[in-house]
Design a protein around this ligand. Structure first.
Ligand code: PLP
Length: 389
């Protein structure tokens, strides 16, 4: 059957080729240290699993969920935002339950944009933002996140035309892939830009829980006026190691939340109620698991930074997320360098250009293997004598 134009136009998954190369190398029996992926390596904390188990025993959870998710989970999300960020949210009108945040990121253009309208996306950025372009039949342009601006956008570089036409602008801090974080002042600037130009803001807060050196990442919704102009997408995937469970939520602007909910009324009945119950437990239960998870990532980041610097690789420490964004030696492109490390050191990293053209010159390294494997990866790279000590 001939596929729809919309499906034919979907971008190919850049990182599928990296995954295939790693799988092929592993099949050859090579001991690959995979720092290229973004999949949390730790298990979901036991109290959350128990909540799922107990809830799954209750036949009430075997029925359809309310279409828009349970009131209890929405209330839990609101309490979570109050506790963590001192943000007030109305559970009924300012929260939409999602099958993970990826779905919300793809749904938003479908829900609020018309054909041909423009969205502005970060470069480098999470590649899945692009999925909605052919699905919603919208257009996009990118804005660069440059190291000299701490990987924040320079709004003065947006053209008058872009500001006039843009319907949505996507942001993501702590940032995948750069590990950069946002300041309160930057979000204030963002609200001002949005108000002046009538642009909807979508803040992807997937790494909201992961800040280092005592820093708690700022929520966009803490900014005065944020709810008038945008939404923030939160996921339980990273905070609670629940990537496979598919649960998250959007919070903020009522019109955008309602648009997501209407679209979802037609696409899904909400998540398995036992998953929603477990998500409540995650958000409201003991948060010690989050503290120790962040400590673990921070320890791994410290090991990575120390080892890189020991071999003469000049690197900047990420302030949040579980990624480090490392510069590539001048004689290589990102992809050549990633291929070289895989071939000669059995170390997989993600080539920066897979996140957009401003990602050229970098590779992304995930902090998702234990300290000793990070150490070993850098020792293997050291043998290639790429850096001056
Ligand atoms: C920046 C960013 N946003 C969103 C997601 C999607 O997360 P999920 O769909 O599991 O909530 C990811 C996952 O890797 C991510 O890195």
């Amino acid at each position: 059957m001939k596929l729809s134009r919309r499906v034919e136009k979907l971008p190919s998954q850049f990182f599928a080729s990296l995954a295939a190369k790693v799988t092929a190398a592993v099949k050859e029996g090579r001991d690959i240290i995979n720092l290229g992926q973004g999949n949390p390596d730790q298990p979901t904390p036991p109290h959350i699993i128990r909540a799922l188990q107990e809830s799954a025993e209750d036949p009430i959870t075997h029925k359809y969920s309310p279409f828009r998710g349970t009131d209890e989970l929405k209330q839990a999300a609101a309490q979570f935002y109050k506790r963590e960020y001192n943000v007030d949210l109305d559970p009924a009108s300012e929260i939409a339950i999602l099958f993970g945040s990826k779905i919300g990121l793809v749904e938003l253009p479908l829900a609020v944009m018309n054909e041909g309208e423009l969205m502005l996306l970060p470069d480098p950025g999470y590649p899945d933002y692009l999925s909605s372009v052919p699905l919603a039949n919208v257009t996009y342009e990118t804005f660069a996140l440059l190291e000299e601006n701490n990987f924040s956008p320079d709004y003065s570089a947006l053209t008058a035309e872009q500001k006039k036409l843009a319907k949505l602008l996507y942001l993501n801090y702590p940032n995948n892939p750069t590990g950069a974080v946002a300041t309160k002042e930057f979000f204030e600037e963002t609200v001002a830009l949005a108000e002046e130009n009538n642009i909807g803001i979508v803040h992807d807060f997937a790494y909201g829980a992961i800040g280092f050196d005592g820093y708690q990442p700022v929520s966009f919704l803490q900014t005065k006026g944020a709810k008038d102009v945008g939404v923030e997408l939160y996921t339980l995937s990273k905070t609670y190691n629940m990537a496979g469970w598919r649960v998250g939520f959007a919070a903020g602007n009522q019109d955008m939340i309602e648009a997501i909910n209407i679209l979802q009324d037609h696409l899904f009945v909400s998540l398995f109620p036992a998953v929603q119950k477990a998500a409540e437990e995650a958000l409201l239960g003991d948060q010690g698991c989050v503290t120790s998870l962040v400590e673990r990532y921070e320890q791994r980041r410290n090991t990575l930074m120390k080892e890189c610097r020991r071999i003469g690789w000049e690197v900047t420490a990420p302030k949040g997320s579980f990624f480090a964004w490392l510069p590539v030696p001048k004689t290589y492109t990102s992809e050549e360098f990633a291929d070289y490390l895989l071939k000669e050191a059995d170390v997989a990293v993600a080539a920066g250009n897979g996140f957009g053209k401003s990602g050229e010159g970098y590779v992304r390294v995930g902090l998702l293997v234990d300290d000793d494997r990070i150490r070993e990866a850098i020792q293997r790279i050291e043998k290639l004598q790429l850096f001056q000590k």
